[in-house]
Write a protein that binds this ligand. Structure first.
Ligand code: BES
Ligand code: ZN
Ligand code: ZN
Length: 495
């Protein structure tokens, strides 16, 4: 989609549809809609008085203009109650319109911005939200049908803006596009079937991003993992014919600084549970067990484009949890890259075992603050559903920084406690730690295990097993992979 700015008032733009906003609980048309309403013989007012347009959040009404103004249609979007308006709501509203316009085959759109929006928020933030929301809204998961249904595309969108500087428009458009495209990329990767997106394919994706953005890349193959003693990643992958890899991408935007953010993403291209195999209905969808890795790759793509003044190292342990005669067993004791020994109590708690090595590797590559992101536990879905990620941290200031980044990016996170009483759940009689003990506090147990490997370095864990998937199409979300965490990780690096 091509984004351009115009100072032409929206009622004078010649496009397939102009997009207007109406708030709820307003008597008559809002100030912003007035001029268009007058030009089209008060049809909007009539629909409001008849109760068809209410301004309810995400309501969409399309009106044909029959030559009264240059645009063929006006799409009136409900913004909801004025006091509830937020940038997140704005994104959901415009995403709904973008999906509608795309499905109807509308190619040229114009979008205005009510002045009071820019009174409440900065112009850059509003423009970013409009662009981001629409770019997220038009996303469709790829399909593998022989005959691809002809996919309709919106070609261009005019932003009808007065009294906003060109530089604000340019920055808003760039950020909106970059944040959305990174998320869409993460969604696309996560959606890929496991026979398409193998660990080796993941490496190819990382290489493409490194090349496109001028990042340095290091890929450790099985031989190298053995040489370095990455026992966690090796153990989890040993029951699969797919070779495991540890990928590291480095962005150096502040070479003079000793601070480096470390992002570690779980990259299980399939998780059948290992010897303690998953029941059939829980196994479906486990191609998405690399959502954390996808978010990290998407974020690195965006960071490489936006070039913030900071350093980031991204680490992705990628493999498959499968079963052959070599598969790791419950009761096995393995030595992780950190040197800490791990008792395997459950082969389906594999994510934390590969992340243990990923976290240690990120630290050895210079990370001074760590965020790991993973589809780690089914338990987080019980706790928070699909609406929020679970967050845990060993450092309240850094935890706060990640929460703030998530809030600004419009992603939900909710902190879970790490009371010392929970610590018994990772205690092993024969090794330094145990990967599971059947605790009901499954998400916290996973977080506590990972904290051992951060070992004092400020660290945040994001469990996206729930937020990584949307149950239905709604607002910015399509059904399925959401790309959760991508925008939080970008935002955190934007200093
Ligand atoms: N990949 C799963 C977690 C998951 C569940 C992701 C549902 C997405 C949707 C993870 O590896 C897993 O199997 N975790 C176990 C841990 C348990 C055995 C301690 C779980 O949550 O049941
Ligand atoms: Zn598992
Ligand atoms: Zn898993």
């Amino acid at each position: 989609m091509e984004w351009r700015r115009t100072e032409t008032p929206i009622e004078q733009t010649a496009v397939d549809a102009i997009i207007l906003f109406q708030t709820e609980e307003k008597e008559g048309v809002s100030e912003f809609v007035k001029k268009v309403d007058e030009a089209i013989e008060h049809r909007i007012s009539v629909l409001i008085s008849e109760g068809e347009i209410t301004g309810k959040y995400c309501e969409l009404t399309a009106i044909h203009n029959w030559g009264k103004i240059p645009a063929k249609r006006a799409i009136v979007l409900g913004l909801g109650a004025e006091e509830k308006i937020s940038l997140d709501r704005l994104k959901n509203v415009v995403a709904t319109a973008a999906r509608y316009a795309k499905n109807k085959g509308l190619k040229q759109l114009a979008l205005g911005c009510p002045t009071w929006l820019s009174e409440r928020f900065t112009a850059v933030d509003v423009i970013q939200s409009l662009v981001e929301g629409m770019e997220l809204g038009v996303y469709q998961h790829p399909s593998y049908k022989q005959k691809e249904e002809s996919s309709k595309q919106i070609e261009s969108i005019w932003l009808s803006l007065q009294d906003v500087s060109d530089s604000a428009v340019k920055t808003g458009i760039e950020r909106g596009k970059v944040y959305a495209h990174a998320t869409n990329y993460a969604r696309m990767l996560t959606h890929e079937p496991a026979n398409f997106l193998t660990p080796h394919k993941m490496v190819q994706h990382a290489r493409q991003i490194a090349e496109k953005r001028g990042l340095s890349i290091e890929v450790l193959n099985k031989e190298k993992l053995q040489e370095l003693g990455m026992g966690g990643l090796l153990a989890v992958s040993q029951g699969s014919s797919q070779e495991p890899y540890m990928i590291a991408l480095t962005y150096k935007g502040a070479p003079e600084s000793a601070e480096t953010l470390g992002y570690v993403g779980k990259g299980l291209t399939f998780d059948n549970g290992g010897l303690q195999i998953k029941p059939a209905n829980y196994m479906y969808g486990m191609n998405e067990d690399m959502g954390g890795a996808a978010a990290v790759l998407g974020a690195m793509d965006a960071i490489g484009a936006l070039k913030p003044h900071t350093n980031v190292v991204a680490v992705i342990p990628t493999c498959e949890n499968a079963i052959n005669g070599e598969a790791f067993r419950p009761g096995d004791v393995i030595t992780s890259y950190s040197g800490k020994t791990i008792e395997i109590h459950h082969t389906d708690a594999e994510g934390r075992v590969v992340l243990a090595d990923g976290i240690t590797y990120a630290k050895r590559l210079g990370a001074t603050k760590l965020v790991d992101i993973a589809t780690l536990t089914g338990a987080v879905i019980i706790a928070l559903g699909h609406e929020s990620a679970g967050l845990m941290s060993n450092d309240s200031a850094f935890g706060q920084a990640v929460k703030k980044a998530a809030h600004v990016a419009g992603e939900r996170v909710w902190e879970l406690p790490m009371y010392e009483e929970y610590e018994e759940h990772i205690k092993s009689d024969i090794a330094d730690v145990k990967n599971d003990d059947g605790s009901k506090a499954g998400t916290i147990q996973g977080g506590l295990f990972l904290r051992e490997f951060a070992d004092g370095t400020p660290w945040v864990h994001l469990d996206i097993a729930g937020s990584g998937e949307a149950m239905r199409e709604k607002g910015i979300h399509v059904k399925g992979a959401t790309g959760a965490g991508t925008r939080t990780l970008i935002q955190l690096a934007m200093v």
